[in-house]
Write a protein that binds this ligand. Structure first.
Ligand code: ATP
Length: 464
């Protein structure tokens, strides 16, 4: 059933032009995906709405677009070069990585419990039967004969220069926030910012994930939407802002129609926090493959700016002009994934309505890749087609609009339902007489007659 929903989403995503497997004609490449015509609209809507929410709504936040490639020392300072080079073994189920020598042996009882599950493939059974260790986190079997410990470094190396043998090694960024730290002083000086203030950025990040999977949930190239909030160096102050951002972020997902029962916070235990974090919470989504993180909120203290100050030799102290206090600001980070949000938006929106013989993506209208579809009732009646075309031309720059004259109207409704278009406009014989059209609502399938001249206003109101 669970696999069923994921395979339905994966197949709908491909069939209807949302997400395609990367390099498919060459047999594919694990951990990379391409966004099709509707996928790019959905993901762009998510990024645009995030930007509006973070940068335009919060007066003290400004935007940034920093380079993907930075000086290699950035990744030494950030701890990524050293923190990820232990020989680690990764659990196939929860994907957490552990030092192989710290793992407990698996008991026969644990094995037989796992083997009693009916959904196992023969390959899984074989793996569990011969397993020797157990995952300390989720309790799944680990078979160190198959999964040997590896030197894990998630950073993707690349080389600058053209002469072989003289190229400089550096990395594609593993997270977008480092570019924000590098520009913290530039933004502070150029924008006359005072603490507290934030810098927001959306951009690609790259990680050599050992086990990419669950469709676009874990990929090797993905987009992050990160905001770093610079505050006074004070534990109490940091706790206040940590709570503030947790609430703000959750409210945002709810405002976009995500089902409340599918979202929750999960606070990290001290031992599972990243090396820099004083406190950490995930916003998790109730996915078919269990509750999963799609945004992290972290109290990073002064770790990042202190490290960059030390490694670069540049003073990154903030001076309070009134009190003349000097300190390295602390940081609260909100770090979300645009790809995971796109996937969870698809999962959350997916509905099967056998009674209406339809599959429908009930996206919040703001997320919907296509807002309006315009149909001429008869594709061979020139006057109706011309009128529909002129409505389409009039709407298309303000609302992403699709023109469809293929098949009968019932089929066109089903096609639009399946891609989540909230409104379908049909031009019929009556339209020629009184300049009205029908507007059909995706969710309740009701139709209203609206004046053509009032359509822009009608959709603007609906999208508010
Ligand atoms: P995970 O534990 O799932 O690997 P993480 O804790 O390493 O995630 P962060 O470093 O906190 O993730 O990154 C912030 C956000 O970036 C995540 O919440 C997620 O939405 C996104 N993200 C991280 N890694 C990936 C990935 N490999 N593929 C897609 N999105 C990712």
């Amino acid at each position: 059933m669970i696999e069923d929903l994921m395979s339905k989403i994966t197949s709908l995503a491909k069939r209807r032009g949302f997400i395609f497997p990367g390099s498919e004609i060459y047999g594919g490449i694990a951990g990379f995906y391409d966004y099709g015509p509707l996928g790019v609209e959905l993901k762009n809507n998510i990024k645009k709405l995030w930007w509006q929410e973070m940068v335009y709504k919060h007066d003290e936040i400004v935007g940034l677009d920093s380079a993907i490639i930075t000086h290699p020392k950035v990744w030494e300072a950030s701890g990524h070069v050293t923190a990820f080079t232990d020989p680690l073994i990764e659990c196939r189920s929860c994907h957490k990585r552990f030092r192989a020598d710290n793992l407990e042996n698996i008991s026969d009882k644990q094995k037989s419990k796992m083997l009693s599950k009916q959904s196992l493939t023969d390959k899984n059974k074989e793996y569990i039967k011969n397993a020797d260790k157990v995952c300390p986190d989720c309790g799944y079997a680990i078979n160190t004969h198959v999964d040997t410990p590896k030197q894990f470094n998630l950073l993707m190396k690349t080389y600058l220069g053209t002469v072989e043998g003289e190229k400089d090694a550096t990395y594609l960024r593993g997270e977008t926030c480092q570019g924000i730290y590098l520009n913290y002083k530039n933004v502070l000086d150029s924008m006359w910012k005072k603490i507290p203030f934030g810098i927001a950025q959306i951009g690609k990040a790259f990680r050599n994930e050992i086990t990419p999977g669950n469709f676009t949930f874990r990929t090797r190239e993905f987009e992050q939407m990160e905001m770093q909030w610079f505050i006074k160096a004070d534990l109490k102050e940091s706790e206040k802002w940590f709570t503030y951002w947790k609430e703000e972020r959750m409210k945002w997902y709810l405002s976009l129609g995500f089902k409340k029962e599918n979202l929750r916070f999960r606070d990290h235990e001290p031992e599972e926090r990243a090396h820099y974090a004083k406190a950490a919470t995930d916003i998790e989504y109730n996915s078919p493959f269990s509750w999963k993180e799609f945004e992290g909120i972290h109290n990073r203290s002064d770790w990042d700016l202190s490290r960059h100050s030390k490694f670069s030799g540049v003073d990154l102290l903030y001076t309070n002009n009134e009190t003349k206090d000097k300190y390295i600001p602390w940081i609260i980070e909100t770090s979300a994934g645009a790809d995971r949000m796109t996937l969870f938006a698809l999962l959350d929106a997916y509905h099967e309505e056998p009674e209406n013989k339809r599959v429908v993506l009930k996206f919040h209208p703001k997320l919907a890749p296509v807002k309006v579809a315009v149909f001429p009732l008869m594709a061979n009646k020139q006057e109706i087609v011309d009128k529909a075309k002129s409505i389409f031309d009039n709407l298309k720059l303000d609302f992403h609009t699709m023109f469809d004259d293929i098949g009968n109207v019932g089929k066109r409704y089903r096609r639009q339902d399946e891609i989540g278009t909230p409104w379908c406009v049909t031009v019929d014989y009556q339209s020629l007489e009184d300049d009205t059209v029908t507007v059909r609502d995706r969710d309740n399938m009701q139709q209203e007659r609206i004046k053509i001249s009032e359509l822009p206003q009608y959709f603007t109101e609906k999208l508010k």
